[in-house]
Design a protein around this ligand. Structure first.
Ligand SMILES: O=C(O)CCC(=O)C(=O)O
Ligand SMILES: [Fe+2]
Length: 312
């Protein structure tokens, strides 16, 4: 464990603004701060209960901070080698140059499976947690989504079920912050209560993008998630080592990064070893199938599906 004491961010005050691309939301109104469940660590009944009720666990300091920062540094060194960092800045500052290029180190296993990264997402603390949370031996996918998001970079609203939902549904995503990610730096945002939205779960929640050839992004528009679908957004100022854990049916997105500092995170999946796997994400040396393996296929636009599902 890290011995250095780093202060936690102050609670986000009501009235604080969240700039989401061109859109703006207000804390206390359309967006709230994630509830930190780290006080429940060790009490797995309480953690399971919280997960069932709220659909997520936000655990500050889940990973040792120095290990998370080391994984970020390895990622930034790789970005430096690929010419992505601003000159005359320290690597550890993570400043992008004018090219502003986002990087996804997915099949680059020398980075995404480097010892520094695996010490975080495959570390004994992580496996012990999921073994106790799920109640048995646990596996993680070979694919690990190590992401460095530059300015403007973002993902869009989706359920993970559309991407990584084959086999057991008792599978969890852990999104780990590796750098300091404040509200301007592109934090992850979730839609509170979306894990209990039966209309969404029975329609969008049933798709497998690669089987059904459907565009897996549900929406790029945070405003409609709030005002059409009635969700409250929740996010936080994340520090290295903070995580959110959620199931396959939790609507989430990232907020576009407004800064020229790389936002580095990694998302990984865990399930019981005895449960059915999603074979797309297992393979040696980056040779897994992954998503979008139907080369040349046309994906049905989500708008068409949403009309069919009468979700508009
Ligand atoms: O990091 C992001 O922007 C997206 C992460 C995500 O979709 C996930 O963790 O499942
Ligand atoms: Fe996701």
């Amino acid at each position: 464990m890290s011995t250095s004491i780093v202060p936690r961010p102050e609670p986000i005050r009501d009235g604080t603004l969240l700039h989401f691309g061109e859109q703006t939301f207000m804390f206390g109104k359309e967006v709230v701060e994630l509830q930190d469940s780290s006080a429940l660590m060790g009490d797995f009944d309480a953690l399971r209960q919280r997960m069932k009720a709220e659909g997520y666990l936000f655990l500050r300091g889940f990973h040792p901070r120095d290990k998370a920062s080391q994984a970020a540094l390895v990622t930034l060194e790789a970005i430096g080698e690929r010419g992505g960092l601003a000159s005359d800045t320290a690597i550890s500052e993570g400043m992008a140059n004018a090219e502003n290029k986002s990087f996804g180190f997915f099949r680059d296993v020398e980075i995404s499976h480097s010892p520094a990264v695996l010490e975080v997402v495959d570390g004994p603390h992580t496996f012990r947690f999921f073994e106790q949370f799920l109640g048995g031996p646990v596996i993680t996918f070979d694919k690990r989504w190590l992401r460095a998001m530059a300015q403007g970079g973002s993902n869009f609203f989706h359920y993970d079920s559309a991407y990584v939902g084959r086999g057991t549904l008792n599978r969890y995503t852990m999104w780990s912050a590796l750098t300091d990610i404040d509200l301007e730096n592109g934090p992850l945002v979730i839609c509170l209560g979306s894990h209990k939205d039966e209309r969404l779960k029975q329609t969008y929640g049933q798709i497998d993008m690669d089987r059904d050839l459907i565009d897996p992004v549900f929406s790029k528009d945070a405003y409609e998630m709030v005002h059409k679908f009635g969700f409250k957004l929740a996010t936080a100022h994340f520090q290295p080592g903070d995580v959110i854990i959620f199931g396959l049916f939790m609507m989430h997105s990232s907020v576009p990064n407004l800064t020229n500092r790389y936002r580095i995170s990694i998302d990984t999946r865990y399930q019981l070893a005895a449960d059915e796997k999603d074979e797309r994400f297992f393979g040696e040396q980056g040779n897994w199938m992954g998503n979008f393996y139907n080369k040349g296929a046309t994906y049905t636009p989500i708008e068409k599906m949403r009309a069919e599902w009468q979700l508009d």
